[in-house]
Design a protein around this ligand. Structure first.
Ligand code: UDP
Ligand code: MG
Length: 195
């Protein structure tokens, strides 16, 4: 399910990058988009998305979360569905507006992961998004400390696909097919040498 290749260049890979609710709430949208932009990748899709609340007879149902969004979030993180933090993770990702983006370019998947940094912000290198902008370690909190919220899901501000395949899969999931914009950045010759 590949989107139409930019006519002048060979179709390269895409990464689905999402600013998580904590990144949006903390006003980091411009900062995070700016880092990908300055790196030189091509933005091919972008939207602010909030899961609509599901209300029946004036009463919030299913925790107020719309089923379709729940399906999307669960599908997005399906590889982690057996983890003890899965439910909390899905809840976190639907807890507020998120910014969904698709970036394109040769090697974008690996490079975006490097820009984003390690999953645990405390281990993420300075210079990375998580290393510079987040503190909370993922992992478990002793049950006696926080019995209801155990285990904790860390706040790490951004998601990036971990493979080209997942870049395609996650893009289709959050944007549907044919949502990508095919364009030729005017700066392309200054970023990528071609003959
Ligand atoms: N996560 C968590 N606890 C863990 C591992 C992961 O809360 O022990 C959350 C965290 O928000 C992470 C997301 O689950 O970003 C997806 O986990 P993954 O291992 O795929 O990390 P990522 O690809 O985001 O670096
Ligand atoms: Mg991951």
């Amino acid at each position: 399910r590949r989107h139409a290749a930019a006519t002048l260049s060979i179709r390269s890979e895409i990464s689905y990058v999402m600013i998580k609710p904590d990144g949006v709430q903390r006003g980091l949208v411009g900062e995070i988009i700016g880092r990908f932009e300055r790196k030189g990748f091509k933005l091919v899709a972008l939207k602010l998305f909030q899961c609509p609340k599901q209300v029946s007879g004036g009463v919030a149902v299913g925790g107020g979360v719309c089923c379709n969004c729940l399906d999307i979030a669960e599908e997005h993180y399906k590889d982690l569905s057996s983890k003890p933090f899965f439910g909390a993770l899905v809840e976190y990702i639907l807890s507020g507006p998120v910014v969904c983006m698709v970036w394109e370019g040769a090697g974008v998947v690996k490079s975006a992961r490097k820009l984003i940094g390690a999953t645990n912000p405390l281990e993420a290198e300075p210079g990375t998004i998580r290393g510079d902008l987040a503190v909370q370690a993922r992992g478990r909190q002793p049950a006696w400390l926080c019995p209801l919220k155990w285990p904790l899901v860390g706040r790490n501000v951004v998601h990036g696909s971990d493979s080209a395949e997942n870049g395609e899969r996650e893009t289709a999931l959050w944007f549907g097919k044919d949502a990508l914009v095919s364009w030729e950045p005017a700066l392309a010759p200054w970023l990528i040498e071609s003959n």
